[in-house]
Design a protein around this ligand. Sequence first.
Ligand code: GLC
Length: 575
Amino acid sequence: MKGTIFVFRTFISLLIFISIEAYAQNDKNNNTQAWWKEAVVYQIYPRSFKDSDGDGIGDLKGIISKLGYIKSLGIDAVWLNPIYSSPNDDNGYDVSDYRTIMKDFGSMADFDALLKGMHEHGIKLVMDLVVNHSSDEHEWFKQSRSSRTSPYREYYHWWNAENGKPPYRYSLFDVNHDAWRYDSLTNAYYLHYFSRKQPDLNWENPKLRHEVYDIMKFWADKGIDGFRLDAFQFAAKDTTFPAFRQGFEKNFTQYYGMQGNLHGYLQEMNKEVLSKYNVMSVAEGAGNNFEDAHNLVDADRNELNMAYAFDGVDIAKREGYSLLHFKNVFSKWDSSFAAKGWLSIFLANHDQARLVSRFGNDSPEFREVSSKMLTTFIMTMRGTPYYYNGDELGMTNAGFTKIEDYRDVQTLNEYRRQKKLGANMQEYLKQISFESRDNGRTPFQWNGTLNAGFTTGTPWIGVNANYKSINAVAQVKDPSSPLNYFRKIVKLRKENKVLVYGKYTLLDNKNPDTYSYTRELNGKRLLILLNFKSVAASANTEIDLNKARILIGNYDHPSKNGKLRPYEAIVYELQ
Ligand code: GLC
């Protein structure tokens, strides 16, 4: 009898082992289904989402009070910008304590309630992990700068001044674009790729790396569902700091990204943390080319699940862009990831001006329709969509006219720099009214009451003057609003796996006005037609549309035969 039980048990263990192995193997296969591939990720900028206590700053309780709204969008996961303690030089991207919550945002009890509330609503939570740098007010940095012999000295990058000036490094946010800052306390320079208050952490130091893994475990143990690794492509450095050849500063990603042992650190992070929890991981930045991007996310390398490249959002950095270029970029990225790896799809976030103002048309005539067209694009491409809060309402650029309206460290420091250089400041103001990050950071427009219902106090940044006509309450009531369109198309994506996994084929590729493509999976074939222009245009796909069924369109009565009205978007199911 005992022998039989033993054989039976061994058999069962073997079965369990085989299925776990099969699952693990399967999981490495690119075509394997995964929640993070199927998810629509909604990004919340907590500072501007909803203020619950009247101090003019959005907070965690504010987000909790809006869980019903968030759920109603049909999204699967929320990516929350940093909510850790911070002196807010860069709105939370300068962390002074990774294990506590920023006072403006609330307490750890609020965080626990938020996480619980999200999970009860079936929404996953992805946290921002800012570990290329910390705040200069983090205890590590305070110790590090205090003496050359501090045990924390090697947590950051220092260059002793008796060795002369360090070889030039570019800083993205510094007033002089100089990444080395002299500190008289120890007669040395420290490195900061972002602002002076954001010293870069030394990833070459194993002690620092393990501190970060412990922080990740702290949050993963709380039950969060993922990490977005902020600016991580810049984390590894050649600590001998060799001089770069001239002209290098023009392409930051090329000279500063994906250096040294970055992949080694990610593999270590994966082994120490990511593989031990059911969490997804996404890197901000994907290097310089497809090879870099694959090296980050190809499943057999055991690094990250996803990364997002800037090629797409960068297309509309300045006013006006070419649709041919746009199609080319997205088609190339898709084909490079068709067999292996997984993409992210996004056109906006907190580092960009507003989606509709940059890629669409925010005039009263075309704002709604162009915003829905862009949403259609994001929701019908292969890859995981990341969608920024407020874009579902078609929120527009801020309309700021003077420098006092702005809060962003990058915008303000560049203003100071340009002024020092004697530049034309009216021109600069015009430029930032189109491209400053603050355009995407104005308070969420909940309703038509004071401050758009965001706060009862004075908002930390001005509310967009158009909140009386563009707000969530008005759009909930209007069946053809951008908000209700967003809900419908998210549902459509969730119901049609072809929109997640299906093969993408570009049609009519030389058409400068319209973007047409098919998505195909297991015999199901969808056709997407998008007019990116403010005038009527034809999509010449040579597909007989008489037999096609319309699944969704952004006009009440979609056009026939591929003749599209301004910014028209139609999704068909082909027979
Ligand atoms: C990332 C963030 C951005 C921040 C920067 C420095 O690019 O998205 O908001 O300013 O990193 O942390």
